[in-house]
Design a protein around this ligand. Structure first.
Ligand code: GUN
Length: 296
C-alpha cells in the first residue's frame, strides 16, 4: 500500500508557484490577486477561507478578504460581486459557501463573471468542462486529478466508481474521469444515496472516489484488493483525546481499508490540501490570460 501524500504534493506545487510569482515580482509586474467573500461567522468556513488567504501569502499572491455580516441581503451581496467583477486589479474571486439561507447560492454563483470564477462553479464554466473546453476546473476534482497525475496512477480503461453526486465534487469528478484524457478514460459509475447494492458496486472499482461526508462509511468489505482509494470526506467528530476537542475523519475507514489498497489518501493530509492548490492554480491561470487562451 502506498500513501498518497496530498500535503507533501501541495507543498511541492506551492513552492513551484512561489518561484513563478517571484519571477513576476522581480520583473516589476503586479502579482496575481485573489479575493474571497465570507458572509457570516461559520467556524468551518472561517477555517477554509483563512487557509486560502494563508496560501496566497505563502506563494506571494495579493489577497483581499471581504467579510460581510450574516444579515446582508441578496441584493447587497450581488452588488459586492458586481464590484469584484469590475475591479481590474482582481484576477479571480470566490464567495465561500454555504451562504445564509435567505440568499440564493445559485443566483450568487451565476452573478460571478465566468472569467473570474476561479472556483469553477459557474454554469458556463461547468458547461465548458463537460465540453472539454478551456475552463477553471472546480478545485477539489482538479486536486484529485493532480494527485493521480503526480503518482502516475494508470486510469486508462479502469473502472472508476464515484460515491456522492454533489455539484462541487461527485458530479464533476465523474465527468472528468470519463473524458478522453489523462487522468481519464475510465468507465465511470456514479453511485449515490439511492444506489442499490452499493457494496457490490464499490467492490468492482479499480479507482474508488468517495465524497459523501459520512465518517468511516466505506469499510474493507466494500473495497477490491489492489484498488486506488481517494477519500474526499472530512467530518469533525468530538474527541476527548485531542487538544481542540475534535478529530477529523474521512469517509473511508482508513485502518481496515488501507491494507487492501494499492494507493490511498489519508484524512487529513490527502485531498484537502490539494483543493487550495487548485484554487491558486486557477488564479494564476486567470492572471496569465484566463480561460480564453489556456486549455484546462
Ligand atoms: N465551501 C466548501 N468548499 C468550497 C469551495 O471549494 N469553494 C467555495 N467557494 N465554498 C466552499
Amino acid at each position: 500500500m502506498k500513501l498518497i501524500e496530498g500535503k507533501k504534493i501541495a507543498e511541492e506545487i506551492l513552492s513551484e508557484m512561489t518561484g513563478e510569482v517571484n519571477k513576476i515580482r522581480s520583473s516589476g509586474e503586479r502579482v496575481p490577486h485573489l479575493a474571497a467573500i465570507l458572509v457570516g461567522n461559520d467556524g468551518a468556513s472561517e477555517t477554509y477561507v483563512n487557509g486560502k488567504v494563508k496560501a496566497c501569502e505563502r506563494v506571494g499572491f495579493h489577497s483581499t478578504l471581504i467579510r460581510l455580516p450574516e444579515t446582508l441581503s441578496e441584493k447587497e451581496l450581488l452588488e459586492e460581486v458586481g464590484k469584484l467583477n469590475r475591479d481590474e486589479r482582481i484576477d479571480g474571486f470566490i464567495v465561500q459557501l454555504p451562504l445564509p439561507g435567505h440568499i440564493s447560492q445559485q443566483n450568487i454563483i451565476e452573478a460571478i463573471s465566468p472569467l473570474k470564477d476561479v472556483d469553477g462553479f459557474h454554469p458556463a464554466n461547468l458547461g465548458r468542462m463537460v465540453l472539454d473546453m478551456p475552463t477553471y476546473l472546480p478545485a477539489t476534482p482538479y486536486g484529485i486529478l493532480q494527485l493521480l497525475e503526480r503518482y502516475e496512477i494508470e486510469t486508462n480503461g479502469r473502472h472508476c466508481v464515484v460515491v456522492g453526486r454533489s455539484h462541487i465534487v461527485g458530479s464533476p469528478i465523474s465527468i472528468l474521469m470519463a473524458r478522453n484524457a489523462y487522468p481519464g478514460n475510465c468507465t465511470v459509475t456514479l453511485a449515490h444515496s439511492k444506489t442499490e447494492n452499493l457494496r457490490e458496486i464499490t467492490s468492482a472499482a479499480d479507482i474508488l472516489i468517495v465524497a459523501l461526508g459520512k465518517a468511516n462509511f466505506i469499510t474493507s468489505d466494500m473495497v477490491k484488493e489492489g484498488a486506488v482509494v481517494i477519500d474526499v470526506g472530512i467530518t469533525r467528530l468530538p474527541s476527548a483525546l485531542s487538544k481542540n476537542g475534535y478529530k477529523l475523519f474521512g469517509d473511508v475507514k482508513f485502518d481496515e481499508v488501507a491494507p487492501k489498497c494499492s494507493y490511498i489518501t489519508p484524512v487529513p493530509g490527502g485531498v484537502g490540501p490539494m483543493t487550495i492548490v487548485s484554487l491558486m492554480k486557477n488564479t494564476l491561470k486567470s492572471y496569465f490570460s484566463g480561460i480564453s487562451k489556456n486549455r484546462a
